[in-house]
Design a protein around this ligand. Structure first.
Ligand SMILES: Nc1ncnc2c1ncn2[C@@H]1O[C@H](COP(=O)(O)OP(=O)(O)OP(=O)(O)O)[C@@H](O)[C@H]1O
Ligand SMILES: [Mg+2]
Length: 250
């Protein structure tokens, strides 16, 4: 399954408790995880199970109370904020459910920004942006502002932005969370296409159809991994039964 000798991502004993206004929330309570290169892993689970917290820990957006994380075999949990910012530009692409884009930058500038921040030349950044936006069906939207786009278009721009530096790992938290079923299918098709080209993806989703595009589905419950099941190999669409993941229809 994921016993690759050098997983892209590895976590051992991860734990995180949130201390907010209410009672402490034990969001992540001892998680071990390995994601092999090229794997597409979906994490599903009920609201409040700790899925987003886990993704934030893995992407360095929040700090674990306990446990270790390795990216490409290198320990990341000791990274400073500045180091994490660099890693997120180069080695980890992140797509969130909302607020992915800088609202007062054009679509083109939103996608080019992470490349420019990573030290890519303006010419190369533009070329990368043009290629991705074309691939994602967004030609002609370069000069639009995010507020002028539909939800699905904004999510595709967010995907372009997360992928522009060709990160070895894509972390996506409900990337179709605000979309209707057509938008969800669109995002799923794009994720599958990048996966088929070798992109490693860790996807958090409530949506069984999105999860069914993955190689492997992790059920997260009450801060822990309750189930971790490999799906059948082979091209989508495919049938599922045992893990409760729906058959994928187009
Ligand atoms: N910043 C925070 N401060 C306090 N509690 C938090 C914070 N973030 C999350 N929590 C709590 O931690 C638990 C896990 O939250 P998390 O957002 O990780 O769940 P989730 O599985 O992503 O849920 P959803 O499917 O609704 O997005 C919840 O009980 C939540 O209320
Ligand atoms: Mg969440």
């Amino acid at each position: 399954m994921s016993d690759s000798p050098a997983p892209v991502l590895r976590a051992e004993g991860l734990a995180k408790t949130h201390h907010g206004e209410g009672a402490p929330a034990h969001a992540v309570r001892g998680v071990d995880l390995r994601v092999a290169r090229g794997e597409f892993v979906a994490i599903t689970g009920p609201s409040g199970a700790g899925k987003s917290t886990l993704l934030h820990l893995l992407g360095g957006l929040q700090r674990p109370d306990a446990g270790s994380i390795w990216l490409d075999g290198e320990r990341t949990d000791g990274y400073s904020e500045a180091r994490w910012a660099v890693e997120r530009r180069k080695r980890i692409g992140i797509v969130f459910q909302f607020f992915n884009l800088v609202s007062d930058l054009s679509v083109a500038d939103n996608v080019e920004l992470p490349a420019l921040l990573a030290g890519v030349s303006p010419k190369k950044a533009r070329a990368g942006r043009e290629e991705l936006l074309a691939e994602l069906g967004l030609e002609g939207k370069e000069r639009s502002m995010p507020g002028e786009l539909s939800g699905g278009e904004q999510q595709r721009v967010a995907l372009a932005r997360a992928l522009v530096n060709h990160p070895p790992l894509l972390l996506a938290d409900e990337p179709a969370g605000s979309l209707d079923s057509k938008g969800t299918r669109e995002v799923m098709r794009l994720l599958s296409r990048f996966h088929q080209r070798g992109q490693t993806i860790l996807l958090v989703t409530h949506d069984a159809r999105l999860a069914s595009a993955a190689d492997r589905v992790i059920s997260f419950f009450d801060g822990r991994i309750a189930d971790d099941a490999a799906l059948d190999a082979g091209p989508a669409p495919r049938r599922r039964g045992a893990s409760g993941v729906l058959e994928l229809r187009d």
